[in-house]
Design a protein around this ligand. Structure first.
Ligand SMILES: [Zn+2]
Ligand SMILES: [Zn+2]
Length: 203
C-alpha cells in the first residue's frame, strides 16, 4: 500500500493548523471570516472592518460603511456651504451688523473654524473615495503596505486581492443602483459579508 512520507504529513498538518488559526479569532474563539477583524473597543469581530470611529463611538464595517461614507460626504458639503456663507456675509457691506467689532471677530473665528473643518473632512472624504475605488479598507491599506514590502523583498509584486475594477469596486459599496448612490439607507445589495468576490473568480 502506498504511504506518504512522514515529513510531508507533518508539513500538511502544520499548514492546516496555520490556516485554521488564520480563520479563527483568538479573542472570540470563533470563526473569523475573510476581511473581518477583532475590535478591541467593541470586543467583537467586525465584518469587513474599516476602523473604530471615536466620533460615532462605533465600528465602521460591512453594514454601516456606506452610511459612514455618506456622513463624511454630507458633513463636508455642509461645512463648505457654511464657509461660503460666512465669507459672503462678512464681505456683504450693506448689512447693518457687518460693521460691529464683536461681530467681525465672530465672522473671522467662525470662518477659520469652518474652513479648517472643511479641509479636515475633505481630506477624510478623499481618503475614503480612494479606498472605495480600490475596494480596500483602512486596515487592508496598511496590511497592503507590509505585503508589498515583503513581496518586493522576494522579487514578486503584490496586488490587493479584492480590487475588481473601478466600477465594480464602487457598486460593491454604494450599490448597483446609481440614483441611490447618495442614499445612505439603500443597502439592499449587501449580502452576508462572509464572502467577497476576487478577480480570480472570473478567470
Ligand atoms: Zn474577535
Ligand atoms: Zn469597534
Amino acid at each position: 500500500m502506498f504511504q506518504l512520507p512522514m515529513s510531508l504529513i507533518l508539513k500538511t498538518v502544520r499548514h492546516l493548523i496555520k490556516n485554521s488559526r488564520k480563520m479563527r479569532c483568538d479573542k472570540c474563539s470563533t470563526y473569523k471570516p475573510p476581511r473581518a477583524h477583532h475590535c478591541r473597543v467593541c470586543r467583537r469581530c467586525v465584518l469587513r472592518m474599516d476602523h473604530h470611529c471615536l466620533w460615532i463611538n462605533n465600528c465602521v464595517g460591512y453594514w454601516n460603511y456606506k452610511a459612514f461614507f455618506m456622513l463624511v460626504l454630507y458633513a463636508t458639503l455642509g461645512c463648505l456651504y457654511s464657509t461660503v456663507m460666512i465669507i459672503y456675509c462678512a464681505s456683504y457691506k450693506d448689512l447693518e451688523y457687518s460693521g460691529s467689532g464683536g461681530l467681525k471677530v465672530f465672522y473671522v473665528m467662525s470662518g477659520l473654524m469652518m474652513a479648517s473643518l472643511s479641509i479636515m473632512l475633505g481630506t477624510l472624504l478623499g481618503w475614503h473615495v480612494y479606498l472605495i475605488i480600490h475596494n480596500m479598507t483602512t486596515i487592508e491599506y496598511y496590511e497592503g503596505i507590509r505585503a508589498s514590502w515583503l513581496a518586493r523583498k522576494s522579487g514578486q509584486s503584490y496586488r490587493h486581492p479584492y480590487n475588481l475594477s473601478f466600477y465594480k469596486n464602487i457598486i460593491s459599496v454604494l450599490g448597483p443602483n446609481m440614483p441611490k448612490w447618495l442614499w445612505p439607507t439603500a443597502v439592499s445589495h449587501l449580502k452576508d459579508g462572509l464572502i467577497f468576490p476576487t478577480p480570480r473568480d472570473n478567470s
